[in-house]
Design a protein around this ligand. Structure first.
Ligand code: 6R9
Length: 758
């Protein structure tokens, strides 16, 4: 077996300082990675000296890893796609793929077709060690969901079990009767008890539950499970004392202080329904949510430091409460945490009788609070998410199914071990912070890092500083981050969420962030799904850069055409889900009709995700973006993600966002916002070369009509590109830009407008 070491022209011991700079290095041929390409002797067809191209042949021995043989046997992966489960090893198809073993870097030329094969070490200690194991469990979850999920649910504490003959009931077919989903109905439990008391009672009380890292380096705190339980109980007792009861809504407008998960858990403990509003939303947006759910109280803090800026959250709450009062929704109580690091209490504007300082009351309450036992189908939380209309949708999740689903998806997708230190960079104002900062990890007794600040304050190395400081082993993020001088040796598993991750970014995440040794769980899911739906399971099967791979247990994804007809095998279309899963949302608060219209009417019988998806010949799922991000140019359906992926494969392109604009002749034209790697000037030649790259990779029909130079892209703080704004800029509807308050850097919008005609 030949081993070729490719030494970079200027090998350095440090990794690149950012994805952009990494790309810049590539563009100039000065990559800093030392890459080793190990031809994998799967069969004798391996010939190339630089990158190995091999036939994965199931008859040959591949490091004794029999599991790998099966993956690329299309009969098996198709069995996943078709849910027929027959592990048929007779019809073997040989395919040409490039395989890189976990531990080795993925080279630029590998990116399109390569698979990254789990190492023996990873698989041997993984919860699901092989594709075969996965298939067995998956098959069990589909053939007898009641039994499968009952077994998992039994790992939690239930005061009373659900009826074993009616583990779930659902109707997803809007043409038959009202859509409904229920899991474990009649089962009595409490998620806060399962996150805290259960862990303490089983001996985990002294384990750290939360490590808290402040906005300013050097300031931190932590709470053990026992301490967290006490803090939660104190708040629960206060809430009960002021009359908050089971079923009452509580709006929470807090930054990433430990008080945010404490508040969520305290509400859940007494059966109150929390509605966390991301503390970057404007007063209008907050008011809209308050008006919709009419909370008993609002919990906030006086101010927060974001980077070097101080934001007066209490002023925003005051304005929101004024607005809501104007529509006759008045809130009598506002509990305010004094966030001293940002602002002392004295200058805080105050409404006597309504406002109360957290620190003045909560510590006085007993550290024990009886749990309010609730039905599995009692509401746990409301989380507002944007839809196609201006009115946000109140996604409602209930208790039992959500508990079971977040816990188990966390465990398997991150191959969780009790020794892991886990960090998810999401804010609890989004679903990721609900399911995978708070509930999923705590239900597993994990140690969780909660970070108040932003990834680039005080400099772009902050994330890696935190990884090193807490020895983070599982790192879950949106893939827009910067890497500098840090070691990141502790990392074991990487997770990605929120956007399709293009192969180039995937390669960066794998090579640079994970030093080519960490598998990436590219988790596809939604606020509505509660937890991961399509996700790799580390160690179980080879990964394809950019693919979320296969469905989680119990999830039956289907791809349908525009008529709602299920398509089998290799195809593209609309991603739907057949049958329910425990973590599914149950309704849109106060608007069940909108729930049915948005999600179940487009394709009767299925839950419609709103996403486009491709399934390849091996059964891997590739998310191609929201279907409203599909552009139709002269009858050609083009995913914005496809064009973006082609653009970023250009060595001088760091990032791209593509939208459709109206075109007289073609119907729609492709309009591309392009961010170049640092220091590269905008030139006419480069514009042509970018267009040529797309023509070459996709076809002339997909060539962008317009390249709009973008020093940065408008993103939410959770890392999502706000295409709504880009569409307005592209169509020059500049007075219709809408709310830009949730952007991480609102001034990007002005810069883009200024560059519109360059
Ligand atoms: C968890 C979350 C949901 C939408 C979803 C899809 C996109 C999320 C993704 C992904 C490709 C992934 N999305 N994860 N696309 N690959 N791994 O982000 O929830 O805020 O409700 O957004 O995000 O388009 O439909 P939410």
């Amino acid at each position: 077996m030949a081993l070729k070491l490719e030494l970079a022209p200027h090998p350095q011991t440090q990794v690149q300082s950012s994805y952009k700079r990494w790309k810049e290095g590539q563009g100039r041929g000065a990559g800093t990675l030392v890459s080793a390409v190990i031809p994998i002797s799967i069969s004798s067809t391996s010939t190339s000296t630089s990158t190995c191209t091999c036939t994965i042949n199931i008859n040959k021995n591949f490091d004794n890893r029999t599991r790998t043989r099966h993956l690329l046997d299309s009969s098996i992966s198709n069995s996943i796609a078709n849910s027929s489960y027959s592990v048929n090893t007779r019809t073997r198809t040989r395919k040409m793929v490039k395989a890189v073993s976990l531990g080795d870097p993925l080279l630029a030329e590998d990116q399109d077709e390569a698979v990254v094969v789990p190492s023996d070490h990873l698989s041997q200690q993984a919860l699901v060690p092989s594709l075969r194991d996965y298939l067995e469990m998956y098959k069990a979850s589909i053939q007898d969901p009641g039994r499968f999920w009952s077994e998992i649910a039994s790992q939690f504490h239930w005061e009373r079990k659900w009826d074993p003959d009616h583990v779930f009931s659902h109707n997803l077919d809007v043409t038959k009767s009202q859509v409904h989903i229920q899991w474990f109905k009649g089962g009595i439990t409490n998620i806060s008890y399962n996150c805290l008391d259960r862990i303490v009672e089983s001996g985990g009380g002294d384990k750290i539950a939360l490590f808290w890292e402040a906005n300013d380096p050097g300031s931190d705190a932590s709470l053990t499970y026992k301490q967290l339980l006490s803090r939660v109980c104190q708040l629960s007792n206060y809430l009960k004392d002021i009359g908050v009861k089971k079923g009452d809504a509580v709006v929470v407008y807090l930054p990433m202080l430990m008080e945010l998960p404490i508040t969520m858990l305290a509400c859940a403990r007494i059966g109150a329904v929390h509605s966390v509003v991301f503390a970057g939303f404007s007063a209008e947006s907050l008011a809209q949510r308050i008006i919709d759910c009419k909370p008993k109280l609002v919990i906030t803090c006086n101010a927060v430091k974001r980077g070097s800026k101080i934001i007066h959250l209490k002023d925003i709450v005051d304005a929101a409460l004024l607005l809501s009062a104007q529509t006759n929704v008045s809130v009598d109580r506002c509990l305010v945490f004094e966030n001293e690091a940002a602002m002392k209490r004295e200058p805080t504007k105050w409404q006597e009788g309504r406002d109360i300082w957290w620190q003045d009351v909560i510590p006085e309450y007993p550290t024990h609070c009886e749990v309010e036992w609730v039905d599995a189908e009692d509401p746990l939380f409301l989380l507002y998410t944007s839809g196609s209309t201006g009115k946000p949708k109140g996604v409602l999740h209930t208790t039992g199914g959500y508990m079971v689903y977040t816990a188990i998806t966390f465990k398997y997708a991150f191959d969780y071990k009790p020794t892991d230190i886990y960090w998810c960079t999401a804010d609890c104002g989004w679903i990721t912070g609900h399911s995978y900062v708070t509930y999923g990890p705590l239900l597993n007794g994990a140690s969780v890092v909660v970070f108040e600040g932003s990834p680039n304050y005080p400099d772009s190395g902050r994330c890696w500083d935190i990884v090193d400081k807490y020895k983070v082993t599982i790192f879950y993020t949106a893939p827009t981050l910067y890497v500098t001088r840090y070691s990141r040796k502790s990392l074991r598993i990487l997770g990605s969420v929120g956007e399709p991750i293009n192969p180039s970014a995937w390669r960066w995440f794998y090579n640079v962030v994970g030093d080519s040794r960490c598998p990436i769980s590219d988790t596809w899911w939604q606020t509505e799904t509660g937890g991961f739906m399509i996700t790799p399971l580390p160690g179980a099967w080879p990964q394809k850069p950019g693919s979320a791979t296969f469905p989680f247990f119990g999830v039956q994804p289907v791809i349908v055409d525009e008529k709602g007809v299920e398509i089998e095998g290799e195809c593209s279309g609309y991603l739907c889900v057949k049958s329910s899963w425990p973590g599914a949302f149950r309704t849109l608060y106060g608007d069940h009709e909108r729930y049915e219209t948005t999600y179940f009417k487009p394709f009767p019988g299925y839950y419609f995700t709103g996403d486009g998806c491709r399934r390849d010949k091996d059964g891997y799922y590739w998310l191609t973006g929201r279907v409203d991000d599909v552009i139709n140019v002269s009858g050609h359906r083009i995913g914005t993600a496809e064009v973006e992926s082609a653009l970023v494969s250009h060595p001088q392109c760091a990032e791209a966002a593509v939208v459709g604009v109206e075109h007289e002749v073609k119907g729609q034209a492709i309009y591309a916002f392009v961010t170049l790697v640092e220091g590269v000037p905008y030139t006419e030649d480069l514009r042509k070369s970018l267009i040529l790259t797309v023509r070459k990779q996709i076809g002339a029909f997909a060539a962008p009509d317009k390249i709009h130079w973008a020093p940065g892209l408008p993103k939410t703080r959770s890392g999502k590109i706000m295409r709504r704004i880009l569409r307005k800029i592209a169509s020059r509807q500049l007075n219709e830009l809408g709310d830009t308050s949730t952007l991480a850097e609102p001034n990007i919008v002005d810069q883009l407008i200024a560059l519109a005609d360059c």
